[in-house]
Design a protein around this ligand. Structure first.
Ligand code: FE2
Length: 440
């Protein structure tokens, strides 16, 4: 078991570093140090921050070593410096940042080999801290992928197209009935689950219907064509105020030209693909679309029940398809493709009730605020989750094409401000079941 976790930690750390290299070696030093959007850090900040967090948690806290470069800790403290101010910090130059991160990594691999993974406390048992740092790097890799999407200029990244949906996609029902009753939400057993996913607890969810696939660009275009952005009936008041103030009338990166909707995606302009899940919408846009469609966003508990609950056994799975880790037939994850796959694909990844693409493709906004589960305990530090709890942030679930499997599972919770749209966010809708429906 421990040797298996040691190997998993090594694989996860190595995979993260390969991806970090892909994202930072495809542009020159000038682009690495530039700020492509005030919403984002310069890529070179992320690079050294990844190394610095790894040094602080693994080499210093787990390994008990002295700081390699104590003078840089403050520069790479995400809480001390908001993203917009990071270009003015005394950042390590690209070559120095790379050298620092790889020096830390070399020492971490030695430490991983020598650290007993049980009986040493919650930080080292099951290689938790190593898994946490691999997730941290992958989360920054997704952040850097967003920076690439925001950057002007020709494409720097490339990837093969995602698989097309199978012939059965056209026959899928629009939505699926999820029966009412209790299910197990969260986890107490997943070794690398973060504090906000814990502990497992029972949650009773009345019967509801949820879309079989995420909402597509084609469906979203009908909302636009129907004047959805100009009708305050569909919008939360703050959301309507925000789209008026910023003159928003379509998802981010879309524009209308010559009677056609186009979008810019990683440096390429292309027609909006009608069958692909809509991407780069805020929570307000998702919420307004759902109301226009006579539906609503699913709550976080509904989303997790649809993704994990197996009505046959009554237990919650790790993933919609079962307990096995994701492979390329299950879900569009890990930046293997630079876009969501068409709606209705990934048949092998469907839930027991037939819901598709819950994992991968697009982060899905839920109706819920980011709140602690009953019995929550901050670990290993309050700034991971606890300081974000409250009504300011909405929960997103399921991961996107830009999330690595190490940072994606049925219990994984992401959160962001309801105005955010540069993230890889989409959604699906739900509604209460009719009273007579819940008889299965
Ligand atoms: Fe970070």
């Amino acid at each position: 078991m421990n040797e298996d976790l040691r190997r998993r930690a090594l694989d996860a750390l190595t995979r993260a570093r390969t991806r970090t290299a892909t994202l930072t070696e495809c542009v020159d030093d000038r682009e690495l140090t530039a700020q492509h959007s005030p919403l984002m850090s310069p890529l070179v900040w992320d690079l050294a921050h990844i190394g610095n967090q790894e040094e602080q948690w693994l080499l210093r806290t787990v390994g008990g070593r002295a700081a390699l470069r104590p003078e840089i800790d403050s520069v790479y403290d995400a809480f001390e410096h908001p993203r917009a101010t990071r270009p003015s910090l005394p950042l390590l130059a690209p070559a120095e940042a790379r050298g620092y991160a790889s020096e830390v990594r070399g020492r971490v691999l030695d430490l991983l080999e020598r650290t007993p993974l049980e009986g040493g406390g919650p930080l080292v048992d099951s290689a938790f801290a190593f898994g946490m740092i691999a997730q941290h790097e992958q989360q920054h890799d997704e952040t850097m992928l967003i920076t690439h999407q925001l950057r002007d200029g020709p494409a720097a990244l490339s990837a093969p197209e995602p698989p097309r949906a199978g012939p059965d996609a056209a026959e899928l029902p629009a939505d699926v009935l999820v029966p009412g009753g209790p299910f197990t939400m969260g986890t107490s057993t997943e070794p690398w689950a973060l504090d906000n996913e814990r502990p497992a607890h029972r949650r009773t969810v009345p019967a509801f219907r949820i879309d079989t696939t995420p909402v597509t660009c084609g469906a979203y275009l009908a909302f636009i064509a129907d004047g959805g952005y100009r009708d305050p009936r569909w919008w939360a008041a703050e959301g309507y105020e925000q789209i008026r103030r910023h003159d928003i009338g379509a998802p981010l990166f879309w524009r209308r030209e010559g009677g056609q909707w186009l979008r810019r995606r990683f440096g390429v302009t292309e027609p909006v693909p009608l069958d692909e899940p809509v991407l780069h919408v805020s929570w307000y846009e998702a919420d307004a679309y759902a109301r226009w469609a006579g539906r609503r966003l699913p709550t976080e508990a509904e989303w997790e029940k649809a993704a994990r609950h197996d009505p046959g056994t009554g237990r919650s799975r790790r993933f919609p398809w079962g307990d096995a880790d994701p492979t390329p037939v299950h879900a569009n994850l890990g930046q293997r493709h630079l876009r969501p796959a068409p709606a209705g694909g990934y048949r092998e990844g469907r839930s027991p009730l037939g819901v598709r693409q819950l994992i991968g493709d697009v982060w899905e906004w839920t109706a819920s605020d980011f709140l602690p589960y009953p019995g929550f305990a901050a670990f290993p530090y309050r700034e991971y989750s606890e300081v974000f709890f409250g009504s300011a942030h909405k929960v997103l679930r399921g991961g996107s094409f830009g999330v690595d499997p190490v940072a994606c599972r049925g219990t994984f919770r992401n959160w962001d401000l309801p105005v955010r749209r540069q993230i890889f966010s989409g959604f699906r809708t739900a509604r209460d079941a009719d009273p007579l429906e819940d008889t299965v």
